[in-house]
Design a protein around this ligand. Structure first.
Ligand code: SF4
Length: 375
């Protein structure tokens, strides 16, 4: 992984949604879905965004490719020394720049158009961006992409319903890679999949990253998955980054009580390992009506008076010369518990399935495939 210039730098990014009521659309509040997010992503790395639902991770993931229009902030991509502020692009420039960015959605059952066959689905970006000149070239490129995600190109005339969940997600990945993007947002790409095929899709994403020199932002809520795929992890709570650092550091030595609580729910690879799960009381704070001081204080077992009164800044507590940010007044004083020594479940599962994945209809090893019907 390069330690050169970040591929993406996000500064003070905000995404607010206005809440309205009634026929006259009277403004009744502002949902601060993402509030003042600043971070960078280095070329070739995977940064994970994790948090409970409503934490703003998906909104943030989509805002940085302007799939959702941010309210304010800077989103600067640096592709080989050429810097582009995504927020400054007009519609035509944005469309042109988007060929470098891509997204894989959570649910391959709804993200693929059931009326289009695989050739049309995977080839659509190539047609929209005039990246190929004729149908023969299109078919060749689609075949190449299917091969890349280990699907048999001979099935390109078939429709999504003929494929299993894992295969559909491979089709979605092939489509996402059609224009040779440099940066991919993977928005909970395995959450909708059967546990038995999750590891295979994760391995595929990792393999493609190494092969195609991709940079990922991986949005997820399963910490075992995050630990397996991410170089660095950002933990979000109510629209703010609560903690950010190297994944190993965040998992072994968390510096925020919210991270500690999330980690306590991660299954241990060692069944004999002690499990002291921290049960968070109450719901996550409402981003339209956030608590005073630290937003986490109503659920935090370490909360003190200052936590109710002053919002903690996101400070750096470097470890081994590497950045480790935490927004907690007591980050340097608390001895928080990270994951144990056992091997995480996702890692063990992934290792088991690192054998080559077979194509649909071949041998029967690898992913359990849904039957592929003719027509
Ligand atoms: Fe808990 Fe206080 Fe730290 Fe917030 S600032 S996480 S309430 S200890």
């Amino acid at each position: 992984m390069s330690a050169a210039q970040p591929l993406l730098t996000v500064d003070n990014l905000k995404k607010y949604f206005i809440r309205t009521k009634g026929f006259r659309k009277r403004v009744i509040g502002t949902v601060k879905a993402v509030d003042d997010a600043s971070f960078h992503i280095d070329p070739g790395e995977t940064l994970a965004l994790v948090g409970e639902s409503g934490s703003g991770k998906t909104t943030l993931g989509r805002s940085i490719i302007r799939a959702i229009e941010p309210t304010s902030g800077d989103i600067v991509y640096d592709f080989g020394g050429t810097k582009t502020d995504l927020t400054a692009l007009d519609k035509r420039e944005l469309k042109e720049f988007r060929r470098h960015l891509s997204i894989v959605f959570q649910d391959p059952f709804s993200s693929l158009n059931p009326r289009m066959n695989v050739m049309e689905i995977v080839g659509e970006p190539l047609v929209n961006y005039h990246a190929v000149k004729n149908r023969r070239q299109l078919a060749d490129r689609v075949a190449e992409l299917l091969d890349l995600v280990r699907l048999n190109p001979q099935y390109m005339a078939r429709y999504p319903h003929a494929f299993s969940g894992g295969q559909r997600q491979r089709i979605a990945v092939a489509r996402a890679l059609a224009l040779n993007p440099k940066f991919v947002v993977a928005d909970e790409p395995v959450s909708a999949l059967d546990v038995s095929v999750q590891a295979q899709v994760l391995n595929l994403l990792k393999e493609l990253q190494a092969r195609l020199d991709l940079t990922y932002l991986f949005v997820g809520h399963n910490l075992a998955v995050i630990e397996y795929v991410a170089n660095r992890t950002a933990v979000m709570y109510v629209g703010r980054i609560a903690e950010l650092g190297d994944t190993d550091e965040v998992f072994r030595n968390p510096l925020h009580p919210y991270t500690e609580a999330l980690l306590s729910a991660v299954p241990k690879g060692d069944p004999d390992a002690a499990r002291d799960r921290i049960v968070l009381t109450g719901d996550p704070a409402d981003p339209a009506n956030r608590p005073s001081g630290c937003f986490f204080h109503p659920r935090c077992r370490y909360a003190q008076k200052i936590c109710r009164e002053q919002e903690p800044p996101l400070n750096d507590f470097p470890s081994h010369g590497r950045q480790h940010l935490s927004a907690c007044h007591f980050a340097s004083e608390l001895s928080l518990v990270g994951t144990g020594r056992g091997e995480p479940v996702a890692k063990a599962e992934a290792r088991k399935s690192e054998a080559p994945t077979n194509r649909p209809g071949e041998n029967g090893a690898g992913e359990k495939e849904a039957p592929i019907t003719d027509g």
